[in-house]
Design a protein around this ligand. Structure first.
Ligand SMILES: Cc1cc2nc3c(=O)[nH]c(=O)nc-3n(C[C@H](O)[C@H](O)[C@H](O)COP(=O)(O)O)c2cc1C
Length: 188
């Protein structure tokens, strides 16, 4: 037995969260929180990022053609939640933010040191929609925490999510832990 939900309900759109980092016009970093993020193929593995309305992150992605996507871990959540609830158009947003910020290794983008993994992204194409824009991005680099890399990652191996501790949830702001590894399992 099932019940129907509104087709516009956010409830059944669980996602991981990423803090997108861009540099402002004055060269200082800005971060916003985003969850409409996924992957696709366009001759290479790409990222799709959907940003609604007008926001500083979108303005800066348009102006520079690049940004970082920093996976939000349990440890980063309080900071990331602030990034998602304070508009970058407020010039004081990043004042007093106490997180270590470095630079990408390939692109000139700000990176959150505490994030378990970070994509350095370059926009290949932007697709304007009714009320939002999709940015189709080339993955120019993936920065992975040394601690995770030491566990023996290779190109096809799974990243140990139980070690990375990403949070999942939905845009309305309910967050959950990711649990233990279940696979490999036998298909039924
Ligand atoms: C949990 C959460 C998830 C969010 N996900 C998105 C998203 O996927 N797309 C979007 O356009 N805005 C999203 N937002 C809103 C932005 O984070 C918010 O507008 C923020 O101010 C953007 O930063 P900026 O103003 O510095 O650009 C989310 C906010 C929260 C709290």
């Amino acid at each position: 037995m099932k019940v129907s939900l509104s087709t516009q309900a956010n409830t059944c759109c669980p996602q991981a969260f990423y803090a997108y980092g861009t540099y402002k016009e004055d060269g200082t970093p800005n971060f916003g929180l985003f969850c409409w993020f996924s992957f696709c193929w366009d001759g290479e593995r790409c990222v799709m990022a959907c940003i609604g309305g007008d926001k500083l992150t979108k303005d800066r992605i348009r102006a520079t053609g690049r940004f970082s996507a920093n996976l939000v871990s349990e440890e980063l959540l309080p900071q990331a939640y602030y990034f998602g609830n304070t508009p970058g158009y407020n010039p004081d947003k990043m004042k007093g933010v106490d997180v270590a910020i470095s630079k990408g290794q390939v692109l000139d983008v700000p990176v959150l040191e505490q994030s378990p993994w970070v994509y350095e992204l370059e926009v290949k194409r932007s697709i304007p929609l009714d009320g939002s824009d999709i940015f189709l991005c080339r993955i120019c680099n993936i920065l992975v925490d040394e601690r995770l890399a030491a566990l023996g990652l290779d190109d096809d191996g799974p990243i140990p999510l139980d070690e990375a501790k990403p949070v999942v949830g939905w845009g309305g702001g309910a967050f959950f832990k990711v649990g233990e590894r279940l696979s490999p399992t036998k298909p039924r």
